[in-house]
Write a protein that binds this ligand. Structure first.
Ligand code: SAH
Length: 393
């Protein structure tokens, strides 16, 4: 067997990896000519300057995250059997958590599979390989998926913006079967998702499942504004739980169309508005229209670390406008899926925004993504979703 190349750490570097994190950054490794010449995604052995073995990882000389560790052992095989074992573990956890096969099957580093995201929709899998290392391992990965689940459909949804940090091109391709509109079940409701290029991300946001259930539990007889509704995940469940009126607002026409179809499949009615959510909330506020429950789940406002201050201001404005349209005694849920803002800062911006709306609030729930989005304990970056629920006076 050809000897696997080695990557050396600079003296005393690799602090986070030594503490158990699965990442080593480009400024921590000896980036000599041999290292630079390695193909992005190449499997390597990683060693500290003190001779400590960091194990097997994938290496990308073009990425800030130079090494993503797969195993604590050097020369560990990363083949179909390796994937079979890790995927089997991921599947066992979801089997224990959920009755139906609709969930995030793999949440990257959180499931010991760096750079890999897989959402499962019954016998259809939507796969995202977000690192050069994982991209180079597509063959053993799909073999292992075949062995484990024999899916009818595997869609490679490889158009996430993070791929550009790895020097990877953007594409969407059916590896098996075809991209199509599919049905899924969640919290006892039926939804439709588009797992082709028309849908966003993998087609569905499983991360909000438990938060949707929490809100639905409080929705009976209430009016609900689902801002940034996408395909109606929150609004439809609230309607099914007996909400008196549900208004969904989103800037995507195809998403709203799916929301209307999903509502019909559950025998409930929603009102779907195609609009900019902030503008619509400002308009509703000036018309003095309010809702008992307001949900705001926008796209990430802090896309990169350098956008933190601008993004934080945007969250504050969102909180203010959404509080403006929340009825007296109502509930407001504010979400952020930006991993570049932490919960503390996000909560501080939400508090400021609500205050500026002239409202007193009690924070009654602070949560994140559901348990099918496990967090690597040494990698807070893998906990990205924040969902804060306030009771407004
Ligand atoms: N709450 C949704 C997920 C929201 S994702 C769920 O539970 O599934 C963010 C959504 O914001 C996307 O559907 C996107 O189309 C929408 N969006 C982006 N910019 C927007 C804007 N300016 N106004 C309204 N919606 C917007």
């Amino acid at each position: 067997m050809k000897k696997r190349p080695s990557i050396a750490l600079k003296p005393r570097e690799g602090r986070r990896a030594r503490a158990g994190a699965p990442w080593i950054f480009s400024n921590e490794v000896v980036m000599d000519a041999a290292a630079k010449a390695l193909a992005p995604g190449q499997l390597v052995n990683v060693k500290g300057d003190d001779g400590q073995d960091f194990g097997t990882g994938s290496f990308n000389p073009k990425s800030l995250i130079a090494v993503r560790l797969f195993s604590k052992l050097c020369d560990a095989p990363v083949d179909a059997a390796f994937f079979g074992e890790r995927l089997g573990r991921a599947l066992a956890l979801r089997d224990a958590l959920y009755e139906k096969p609709f969930y995030r099957l793999v949440h990257a580093e959180g499931d010991g599979l760096p750079g890999l995201v897989i959402d499962r929709f019954g016998d259809a899998l939507v796969v995202q390989t977000n690192s050069a290392g994982m991209e180079a391992l597509l063959t053993p990965l799909t073999m292992a998926l075949e062995n484990l689940l024999s899916p009818t459909t595997i869609i490679l949804r490889n158009d996430s913006p993070s791929r550009s940090f790895e020097g990877l091109e953007s594409y969407v391709r059916a590896e098996k079967g075809e991209a199509r509109r599919i049905a899924l079940e969640e919290n006892g409701a039926r939804y439709f998702a588009d797992i082709g290029a028309e849908g966003q991300k993998t087609g569905w946001y499983y991360d909000q499942r438990e938060n949707r259930a929490f809100i639905a539990g409080l929705a009976k007889g209430k009016t609900v504004l689902d801002a940034y509704s996408y395909t109606g995940g929150f609004g439809i469940l609230a309607a099914k739980a007996g909400a008196r009126e549900v208004v969904c607002v989103d800037s995507s026409v195809p998403a709203l169309k799916l929301a209307e179809e999903s509502a019909a499949a559950n025998n409930v009615a929603i009102k779907a508005f195609n609009a900019d959510a902030l503008e619509e909330m400002a308009r509703l506020a000036s018309a003095k229209e309010t809702f008992d429950i307001v949900l705001a789940d926008p796209p990430p406002f802090v896309k990169a670390k350098k956008d933190l201050e601008a993004g934080a201001r945007a969250y504050r404005k969102l909180a203010r406008l959404s509080a403006d349209v929340t009825a007296k005694g109502g509930l407001l849920m504010l979400s952020s899926c930006s991993h570049n803002i932490d919960t503390e800062r996000f909560a501080a911006e939400c508090a400021q925004g609500i205050l500026r709306s002239g409202r007193a609030a009690r924070l009654i729930r602070s949560s994140g993504a559901g348990p099918d989005h496990p967090v690597h304990p040494m990698l807070q970056e893998s906990a990205y979703l924040k969902a804060l629920v306030y009771a407004l006076d």
